[in-house]
Every structure is written in structure tokens, then in C-alpha cells.
Write a protein that binds this ligand. Sequence first.
Ligand SMILES: C[S@@+](CC[C@H](N)C(=O)[O-])C[C@H]1O[C@@H](n2cnc3c(N)ncnc32)[C@H](O)[C@@H]1O
Ligand code: SF4
Length: 410
Amino acid sequence: MSVPLPAHRRLPRSLYLHIPFCHRRCFYCDFPVVPLGDRADGSRSPSVDHYLRLLLQDLQSAPSGPPLSTLYIGGGTPSLLSPQQLEGLLSAVGSHWGLAPGAEVTLEMDPASFDQQRLTSVLALGVNRVSLGGQSFDDAVLAGLGRRHRAEQLREACGWLQQAQQRGSLQSWSLDLIVNLPEQSLQHWLWELEQAVDQAPPHLSIYDLIVEAGTVFERRQRAGQLPLPGEDAAADRLEATHQALAGAGYGHYEISSWAMPGHGSRHNRAYWSGASWWALGLGATAGVGAERLARPRTREAYGAWLQQQAGQQGGDPADWPPLEDLLLVGLRRREGVDLLWLQHSGLWRGPQPLAQWLQQALKPWLELGLVLLTPARLRLLAPQGFGLSNAVLADLLLALERAGWSAPIG
Ligand SMILES: C[S@@+](CC[C@H](N)C(=O)[O-])C[C@H]1O[C@@H](n2cnc3c(N)ncnc32)[C@H](O)[C@@H]1O
Ligand code: SF4
């Protein structure tokens, strides 16, 4: 009888493809993107064609593996690609790995980059999940974020997605919003949430604003011109978000993710479960076994790297990620970390059982009721535990380092 391998030892069944083009760079975003200008469209851009050739080269020299259960085409703004360009990519993925029956195929879309006709064409190619970058329903906020789209376009795009879902041509879709924006009051945020819920997205991703180095927002912050809500206000918002979305029927299944039953993102769950994934394209990071392979973030460096790397990607899938990585990704999920599996994996080298050690290491958080620990499982309790996840995770890493069972931090 063959014993199934634990998730972390299996070859990847998930693929991330990075499409780095956007109309413009939003004021908060530091993703590896190439702004093409507001009038750009993938089908008319030599830059996009050139990049797609590089991406296909990357794909063809990737190791083979089983058919994929999830494919995520992200960016950047992949909805800038024409249906023909997208078809080329999907067919290359299909011939290299293949897509398993019922595979989840997600495309990130920006409301300013498609119309209903393009959506229909894209869905006809096999995309069955859309992730829409909405960010806000307030025109002044959208302008302040440097977004190209406005609220009316966002509502229209949501309407097309709802219709496609009702017709059965789209299985699921998600809406991205950003919280804790400059000058945002709790009342205004609750208004944003109401607008979002009115659009009935089966899934919501709500990102806490991160002020990234090198962005317009960071420059404004240094100049004292970015009045952000404080930590307490941010915690209140998370709590209010949790209540409002629970009331509307959404489950909070990951720190930034809420979903109607059956609409959690299978692709993201694969990342968070510690499973391996392939990732192709500039700036994309693959995780195969213990190895993290980040591709260069500029087109020139990516092209040069491809020349050197052809045929050598992937690493040894027999290795597992380090214990701290498994704990960190696991704690992002509502179901937390499977301690029994970790205990038996051989990754835990402490003298006492892992659950017993965690009892001491996380004592203050357990006493506060933010963390739940049983002999079999460790998890953060939503919403407060998710809200303070960074502090809990930092304590855990420090304790591991002090105990000498983890690599030194920094
Ligand atoms: C690749 S974008 C989504 C698709 C498309 N590019 C768009 O923005 O419409 C992924 C998401 O990351 C979030 N994001 C990017 N930078 C962020 C930051 N600095 N802080 C918080 N959220 C951020 C935004 O919500 C964005 O929708
Ligand atoms: S948030 Fe989206 S549209 Fe804006 S620059 Fe980043 S990837 Fe591009």
C-alpha cells in the first residue's frame, strides 16, 4: 500500500503567473510593475509581446509535474492582456502541466482595464474566478490612491461579474479593498464595507495599507503629509469589519480574507497550507519544498536570468520548509497549524512535545485569549488574534530563536 506524502513533499499543483503591466503605478504600490500609460492595451504593446515571449521561455524550461489544481494570473494588471494573449498563455500551461478537472483559474482584473465583452471572452477561455482590484467606492479616495478607475466603473464591473456568476459562466469572484487609508474615519470605512457588500462579491480581500519604501505614500509620510489611523483605530476597524461581514454571511478564513461558504480561494489556501507552488514571471517567488526562488524584478534582469537559469529551476521537492515558515503560514489560516503533523515530521527538535513548548512560549497571548492551543492544533482566534497576529508571530519567532531551534532572525 502506498502511503500518501504530506502536503509539503508533493510536487506543486499550483502556479502563479506574474503579468507586470499596469496603466499607472498607484501611489501605495511597490509590486514589480511596468506602467504603460492610461491608453495602453496589451494587444497593441510591443513591451507586452516581448515579456510574454520571456514568460513562455520561463514556462518551457520549468520542470514538469502533475496537472495543476489552481492557476493564479496576477500582477500588475493581467486584464490588460488581450484574450488572444491570454489564450496563448493558458494553452502553454495546458500543454506543460495541464489543468486538473475542476481546477480554479483566477485572473486579477482592474476595473479600468476591461469591459463586459472582454470579460465574456476571458471566461470563455477557462478563467473561472476573478479578483477585482476595487480598493474604494469613493472617487476622492480613489483619486488620492492614484487609481485610474472611479466608483461608477467599479460598480459597473461588479455588476458584470454578478451577472456572469448568475449565468454560471463564472464560479466565483473576489473584491479587493484597502483599509486604514489616510484620513479614513471608522464611519467612512463602514460605509465602504456597505457598498462592497451591496455588490454581493462571494469573496472579499481586505488589505491593511502598508506604506512601502519608494512609493508616493512613503514620500508623503516622510514629509508628514500622510495622516494614517493609529494602531488602536486600526484594531477597532478590524473588529468592526469582522462584525459587519459576519453579519452579512462572510466567514473570516484568513487574516485578510472573507468568503461566503464554498468561496475561499483554493490557490491562496495552497500557499497558506505550506504546499509547494510554481511561480513564473519577473519578480515572482516560487516555493518548492524548502526552497524559495525569487525571479529578478526588472525585465532586463529577468531576461538575463532566464538565459542563465534555463532548465535548472525547481529545487529539490523532497525538502520541507523550515519549522518557522510552516508555523507562520499556518497561523494565517483560520484552522491554524496541525501540531501533531509537525511533531511527527521531525522538524521539531525540542526536548518536550511541541504543544507543551508553545504553552510556555505563547503564555501571555494564551492568557489574553487571543490564541487557542490544544495538543493537536495552534490557531489565532478571530478577530482580535488576527488583528494582533504580527505581535504574536514576532514573539513566536523570538522564542524559537532563543531556544535555538530556528535560524537567527535578520
Ligand atoms: C495586483 S493588485 C490587484 C489587481 C490590479 N493590479 C489592481 O490593483 O486593480 C493586488 C492588490 O494588492 C493590494 N495592495 C497593493 N499594494 C498595497 C499596499 N501597499 N497596501 C495594501 N494593499 C496593497 C491592493 O488591494 C490590490 O488590489
Ligand atoms: S495596485 Fe494594482 S494597478 Fe495599482 S500599481 Fe499595483 S498592481 Fe498596478
